[in-house]
Design a protein around this ligand. Structure first.
Ligand SMILES: Nc1ncnc2c1ncn2[C@@H]1O[C@H](COP(=O)(O)OP(=O)(O)OP(=O)(O)O)[C@@H](O)[C@H]1O
Ligand SMILES: [Mg+2]
Length: 466
């Protein structure tokens, strides 16, 4: 164990050095391009920049937002997107490639914003993410039986004390509700009276190494990690409103390599999951089914894809030219749109069956009156909500990222659901931190993962307020 720790320390130190060198190199280049750094803007213009980094399986999205003095996201100043390299099913599998892709997306966003950024709120996903619900109880130590912030904090600490695989690290600890002397459904216990206080909450864990790799890749691209956020929670922040949360809802973000699930009941998070299946699997099925290369299968999916085969006419055919390797000629592939749709329907049905199983196993399926909100790049597939409804029996609608006030011109494309949610989350964190507290200096992020993960997150009712 000691050896392990010392190796880890050495790795972190080596990582720090590498990140510093790369960050410097990238910083130098960017300093030459941009006269103003984001940190100077904070002082000059009264707004604070906030950066979202969504490191997806197929694309990296970097969004630079600006927070006004009221703490609201007032503008999206820059959007940068680059194809993801070095990623598989939501996790970094090649540091150099992932760092290069991250750099490309950040540089595009910076070029649009006109200034450079140094730290970001980073989304985390992948099959390594696991979550659990837990209940913890304490006896009220106060003689007058009044519940104070101290008991709330003690319960939160107890909630986090759970024996899990040592390779896992806590990402979020989210209290859901309190039960005071048998009375459940309490959300703000401080100031009330009780002898026995119970907290139920949701815990999210991720593999230490996967999170380290993510933070390392961002660091190698010159970005330190301000905080990491579970991607389905970020997408929920962007696509769900108060009514959805109160009525109970299942958010499903179908990306390229993963399907992220977040379930809410009575305004609180009750379940999260990251399933290792997404749009790339649909593309692969089409490639095998129609015997075409992956790139062509992707093109066919985007152009002719429909998730509901009964809506496609039996006789409809489509043609697509494909290059013949080693020659300048093309061959024409003809296929039945119905057959294509059946291939897609089979895979998407499987995805929604898995989501339904998650919802059922959580024990909260009967509490989701608002049904299902489907977002992420693959939600753009025609007929997807109809199929979601047929498979799960829940009403389904498309989830498009929105910002409360509606005043901000944000990218209304479901591909950006996670990134917009990260911006909203980051805005809140930065505002709560207060203007007097500048962001942490852009220290190499790789050594910071522990500190980052140790932060208590402020998601949906766990903002430190009761
Ligand atoms: N119009 C469309 N119809 C069907 N699928 C689409 C469409 N546009 C994009 N997609 C699919 O969306 C997927 C990418 O979505 P997204 O950008 O949300 O994923 P990601 O964030 O890179 O990956 P992940 O979240 O799984 O790590 C790809 O599989 C792509 O084929
Ligand atoms: Mg994604």
């Amino acid at each position: 164990m000691d050896n392990e720790k010392s190796n880890q320390r050495k790795n972190n130190q080596r990582g720090k050095k590498r990140e510093k060198q790369r960050g410097k190199k990238r910083g130098k280049k960017r300093d030459a391009e941009f006269k103003t750094a984001a940190n100077d803007l904070r002082l000059d213009s009264g707004f604070s920049p906030v950066v979202a980094l969504d490191v997806g399986t197929t694309k990296i999205a970097c969004l630079i937002g600006e927070i006004n003095t009221d703490g609201d996201l007032s503008r999206v100043a820059g959007i940068g997107q680059a194809p993801a390299q070095g990623m598989h099913k939501g996790v970094v599998v090649d540091l150099e490639d992932a760092a290069r892709s991250i750099s490309a997306s950040v540089e595009k966003a910076e070029a649009a914003a006109g200034y450079q950024v140094r730290e970001a709120f980073v989304g985390v996903a992948g099959a390594h993410v696991v979550s659990m619900n837990r209940k913890v109880t304490i006896k009220n130590p106060n003689e007058d039986r009044r519940v104070t912030k101290a008991e709330r904090e003690a319960l939160l600490e107890k909630l986090k004390q759970v024996d899990v695989d040592p390779d896992l690290q806590l990402i979020h600890a989210l209290p859901r509700e309190y039960t005071l002397d048998g009375q459940d459904g309490i959300h703000r216990p401080v100031g009330m009276w009780a002898k026995k206080i119970e907290m139920s909450g949701h815990l999210v864990f991720g593999a230490i190494s996967s999170i380290q790799n993510l933070i390392e890749a961002a660091g190698m691209a010159g970005l330190s990690t301000d905080d990491i956020v579970l991607e389905p929670l970020a997408s929920s922040e962007a696509c769900l409103d108060d009514q959805d949360l109160k009525s109970g809802v299942v958010l499903v973000d179908i990306g390229g390599g993963t399907t992220d699930v977040a379930m809410f009941a009575a305004g609180r998070l009750v379940h999260t999951a990251v399933l290792p299946v997404g749009g790339n699997h649909i593309t692969r099925d089409i490639s095998v089914g129609l015997k075409v290369p992956l790139a062509v299968a992707e093109e066919i999916k985007l152009k002719y894809g429909n998730a509901q085969s009964h809506l496609v006419e039996d006789i409809e055919m489509a043609k697509i030219p494909i290059a013949v390797p080693g020659s300048s000629e093309e061959r024409i592939v003809t296929f039945s749109k119905k057959f294509l749709s059946r291939i897609i329907e089979a895979r998407v049905s499987e995805i929604f069956s898995l989501v339904l199983r998650q919802a059922r196993d959580s024990g909260y399926l009967s509490s989701v009156a608002a049904g299902m909100v489907v977002t992420g790049g693959s939600s753009q597939l025609e007929g997807i909500c109809g199929l979601a409804g047929n498979v799960t029996g829940l009403p389904a609608r498309l989830g498009v990222p929105t910002v409360g006030s509606g005043a901000v011109d944000i990218p209304g494309n479901p591909v950006y659901a996670t990134a917009v949610g990260l911006l909203l989350y980051g805005s809140r964190r930065i505002f709560l931190r207060g203007p007097s507290q500048p962001p942490e200096p852009s220290t190499p992020s790789v050594g910071l993962w522990n500190e980052v993960l140790a932060k208590v997150k402020g998601w949906f009712g766990q903002s430190g307020k009761t």
